[in-house]
Design a protein around this ligand. Structure first.
Ligand code: PBG
Length: 343
């Protein structure tokens, strides 16, 4: 083997000459100095916990594609809400797995004040009034085709869907929801929901707009959780944003704010940190990310295989949202990370 000895450049500069003695490692030299200059921090106040609810009693069904996440009957969901409140988690977002027989073309069961979502809101509010409840007014868990809108002749019809989603939002508010979070991406839904909430005496119910919801492969495990995976035909590209687009996301957020959204959400989360930063800089509004099911499951799966340190990856991914400009994160890790932050 030929040994190659690199020559020193003639008149080679020292590191101090190169850096002008500005050595950025000085502040990284010890734990105390790293803590002192840390710019962003994750706290329990940043967490929103999405949970899945089903009918029955003492039901705790594992979701195969989401290790550590369960579909809960309301008796157990209430227990989990109590645990979340004790941990200091500010809010819960509920998602239903609706009996197949109750799903139809228009998602009409979403208008039943006694559906599982509205019963969950009342049960949790009753037992744990101090925790915030966020409900999704989208139709997908209620339709026989798994789309977020009403399907007519192969087309998701916008205006009829807006009427349905708006009526559902008022019923959810009447059940006690604190924040309505419509995830369907129909045009005009935010303004229609705001008007209807106000007209029905719910002017203090807020709207968290899923302003920029992208057509994404990362929702896969969620569709197993709510039972839409087997139903869904085609894709959601006629209503969710093309994941190639960033200016369009700004226009969506601008429109939703003009219509009365109180908070913005970006979904999915980690692949879209650029969008979060743009929205925060552009609008200076409360901005949230949804770390979606696929993002959660990737970390869990890699950790289960021993390929990454799951706890560290969880904390790093959540802190990344804060660094990007988020005020909070919807995450299935919420109770795990809250317990860790407390300990
Ligand atoms: C649909 C909806 C989706 C999620 C929540 N509500 C996406 C979809 O099924 O298309 C995804 C949440 C997740 O992946 O964690 N309104």
């Amino acid at each position: 083997m030929n040994k190659f000895t690199p020559a020193k450049a003639a008149g080679a500069r020292s590191v101090d000459e190169i850096t002008g003695s500005r050595r950025l490692r000085r502040m990284r030299k010890a734990d105390w100095s790293r803590r002192l200059v840390q710019e962003n921090r994750l706290t329990v106040d940043d967490l929103i916990w999405p949970i899945f609810v089903v009918d029955g009693r003492q039901v705790r069904e594992p979701i195969a594609a989401m290790p550590g996440v369960f579909r809960l009957s309301l008796d157990l969901a209430v227990k989990e809400a109590e645990r979340a409140a004790k941990l200091g988690i500010p809010a819960i977002a509920t998602f239903p797995n609706v009996e197949l027989g109750l799903r139809d073309q228009t998602g009409s069961h979403i208008l039943d004040p006694e559906n599982i979502i509205n019963r969950a809101t009342r049960a949790i509010k009753d037992a744990v009034p101090e925790i915030g409840i966020i409900t999704d007014a989208a139709l997908d868990p209620f339709t026989s085709h798994g789309h977020d809108g009403i399907l007519r002749d192969g087309i998701i019809v916008n205006d009829e869907t807006v009427e349905q989603v708006t009526a559902a939002a008022v019923i959810q508010a009447a059940a006690g929801a604190d924040i309505i979070a419509p995830s369907d991406m129909m045009d005009g839904r935010i303004g229609a929901i705001r008007d209807a909430l106000d007209a029905n005496g719910f002017s203090d119910v807020a709207i968290m707009s899923y302003a920029t919801k992208f057509a994404s492969a990362f929702y896969g495990p969620y569709r197993e959780a709510v039972g839409t995976a087997g139903l869904l035909k085609g894709d959601k590209k006629t209503y969710y944003i093309d994941h190639a687009n960033s200016d369009e996301a700004v226009r969506e957020a601008e429109q939703d704010l003009a219509e009365g959204a109180d908070m913005l959400m970006v979904k999915p989360g980690l692949p879209y940190l650029d969008i979060i930063r743009r929205l925060k800089d552009e609008f200076a509004m409360p901005t949230f990310a949804y770390q979606v099911s696929g993002e959660y499951s990737m970390i869990k799966a890699a950790a289960a295989n021993g390929w990454i340190d799951g706890e560290k990856a969880m904390l790093e991914s959540l802190l990344a949202f804060k660094r990007a400009g988020c005020d909070g994160i919807l995450t299935y890790f919420a109770p795990e990370v809250a317990a860790m932050l407390k300990g």
